[in-house]
Design a protein around this ligand. Structure first.
Ligand code: ZN
Length: 183
């Protein structure tokens, strides 16, 4: 006996399962690619600095706009409607391209940031230095944020020079000012 309707039903269930399986595989593959890119840069950092990596959980990745990241960085209210005149100025004048939250081990990137994009890889390397500063207990109880920032820029500079990366080299004087900050 041939049941035409149930065949269609079976076929559509089957294609739906295939469709979702494809989505899951694509998602898993992207996660895998992101992780391998991170591990590759982490290896370079550990080979060229005193920071070590011992298989700690890699940061989770979230997407935020530059303004949202600026608000997070300066500890402002999440809702821009609650920002004062001064808050708005702070957000407008800052240009945050990425952030690392060492308390939650989270990396924040702009929505259009691509892990495979060579032009912006220096940003990823910089943020991964912060990740390793966290796993190597450099934040401690009372972190000296400017100094940690200075070292991240210093290592980023070294990475850019070694890879002849096209992005502008961070300002050396500013790095020295950050590193010698009295905390
Ligand atoms: Zn930084």
């Amino acid at each position: 006996m041939h049941h035409f309707k149930s065949d269609i039903f079976r076929y559509s269930v089957f294609s739906m399962v295939l469709f979702y399986a494809a989505i899951v595989i694509a998602y898993e593959y992207t996660q895998y690619q992101i992780k391998s890119v991170m591990v590759e840069h982490i290896e370079w950092i550990t080979e060229n600095t005193s920071l070590e990596y011992n298989g700690e959980t890699l940061p989770s990745v979230k997407r935020r706009t530059a303004d949202e990241m600026a608000a997070m960085f300066y500890g402002l209210n999440e809702d821009p409607n609650n920002h004062s005149e001064n808050d708005r100025k702070v957000v407008k004048n800052s240009n945050v391209s990425a952030l690392y939250n060492f308390r939650t081990n989270t990396l924040y990137f702009k929505p259009d940031f691509r892990f495979a994009d060579w032009e912006t890889t220096h940003i990823l390397v910089h943020e991964l230095v912060h990740f390793l500063q966290m796993t190597n207990n450099r934040y401690g109880d009372n972190p000296c944020m400017p100094r940690l920032e200075g070292y991240a820029y210093m290592i980023q500079t070294q990475w850019q020079k070694e890879h002849e990366h096209p992005a502008d080299i961070p300002n050396g004087l500013r790095i020295m000012t950050l590193i010698t900050a009295g905390c």
